[in-house]
Ligand binder design. Structure first.
Ligand SMILES: Nc1nc2c(ncn2[C@@H]2O[C@H](COP(=O)(O)OP(=O)(O)O)[C@@H](O)[C@H]2O)c(=O)[nH]1
Ligand SMILES: [Mg+2]
Length: 343
């Protein structure tokens, strides 16, 4: 019996990287079946980025080893999840919208509340009502108001993306807005941590100062007193580590920050996200920032977190590239995405 043709898909930001990756992974004998640009996803649109390039290739024989066979996968349909799924026969429109929101990651009770037939405005289509309620819930975006807000602290669980985001924000504010930006890292004493952020800072020609305790923090802030914007990176703490959270709380207070951005990965399980929200609220977090949009199955967790915390969203990050994979949050773009009407 002939072995079935094995098909793989590859994604990359541009054709050159994509083809290099195909060559590296499957060699020169793969047959290129299709090469196209995907429409940008919602956060990519916010960052003004085109969608990724996608190559579909047929892998050459001979039959794969078991390990390779695991990697080969059938070509998924063009859109694995239709953006606006067709209603089930006889399904009322409100129930269909609720189902759509749940598929995009909203908690069932929140989806039910948003897609509730009551209080519909005169002559308003159900979808428009839900969109309006989503926008009310999300509130306006809360990016940094450079000029008015000078000292920013990023807090959040380990691995959420704080350091990367500090580098992105610093880079964008310095390169695109021409601001003088300084960085202070309270994460300097973990092996390699200072080097990570200092490398970014050097590349962008910015000053990065380490600080471990209140005195050093004061001195660092003093040295950066001429900067337009000072970004303070912190160490991730386990929300259950009350003692080190208290220490961090003291340092955040010492920093007298104008904004405290609670950085969360959108891939976090809802229960863990609630736990982090509760723990970091005590540190004075006044807005949210979501990372790893590119890894998330669905963006509904952003809405769940806003609903649970009452905090607005500042930025969203969708990739590891510094500084460009960070954009000001857009409640309208997220609402359109959730309702499946995004272009
Ligand atoms: N895919 C993806 N990875 C990210 C994003 N932001 C950060 N990361 C990665 O997440 C990991 C942890 O990031 P880091 O900034 O060190 O997190 P921290 O512990 O909160 O400072 C690193 O490998 C980053 O490259 C993002 O938006 N998307
Ligand atoms: Mg870090």
């Amino acid at each position: 019996m002939n072995a079935p043709v094995r098909i793989r898909r590859f994604r990359a930001a541009d054709v050159k990287t994509l083809l290099a990756r195909v060559r590296e992974e499957v060699g020169g004998d793969a047959l290129l079946l299709d090469l196209r640009r995907e429409p940008p996803r919602w956060w990519e649109r916010l960052a003004g980025r085109p969608g990724a390039m996608v190559a579909t290739v047929a892998l050459p024989p001979p039959a794969p080893t078991t390990e390779e066979a695991g990697k080969a996968m059938p070509v998924p349909p063009e859109r694995p999840e239709p953006r606006a799924p067709a209603p089930l026969p006889g399904e009322p429109v409100w129930a269909e919208i609720r189902r759509r929101l749940e598929r995009r990651g909203l908690l069932p009770e929140l989806a039910a509340r948003l897609a509730e037939p009551a209080d519909q405005a005169e002559g308003e289509a159900p979808e428009a009502t839900v969109r309006r309620r989503l926008l009310e819930l999300l509130g306006p975006a809360r990016p940094v108001e450079a000029g008015r807000q000078r000292r920013l602290v990023l807090v959040g669980p380990t691995g959420a993306g704080k350091t990367t985001t500090v580098a992105k924000l610093a880079g964008q504010m310095a390169l695109y807005r021409g601001l003088e930006v300084g960085i202070v890292t309270l994460d300097a004493f973990r092996a390699g941590a200072f080097e990570q952020v200092d490398a970014y800072a050097r590349a962008a020609g910015l000053t990065c100062l380490p600080a471990e305790e209140a005195g050093e923090l004061r001195a660092a802030l003093e040295r950066l007193s001429a900067a337009d914007l000072v970004l303070i990176d912190t160490t991730g703490r386990s929300p259950s580590d009350r003692r080190s959270l208290r220490r961090l709380e003291e340092l955040v207070r010492e920093a007298r920050a104008d904004a405290v951005l609670l950085t969360l990965s959108v891939t976090t399980r809802h229960e863990d996200l609630l736990y982090a929200l509760e723990a970091y609220r005590r540190l004075g977090a006044d807005r949210l920032l979501f990372t790893k949009m590119d890894e998330a199955r669905a963006p509904g967790e952003v809405v769940n977190a806003v609903a649970a915390s009452g905090l607005g969203v500042s930025y969203v990050a969708g990739g590891q590239r510094v500084p460009d994979d960070l954009a000001v949050f857009s409640p309208e773009a997220l609402a359109d995405e959730l309702l499946g009407v995004a272009p």
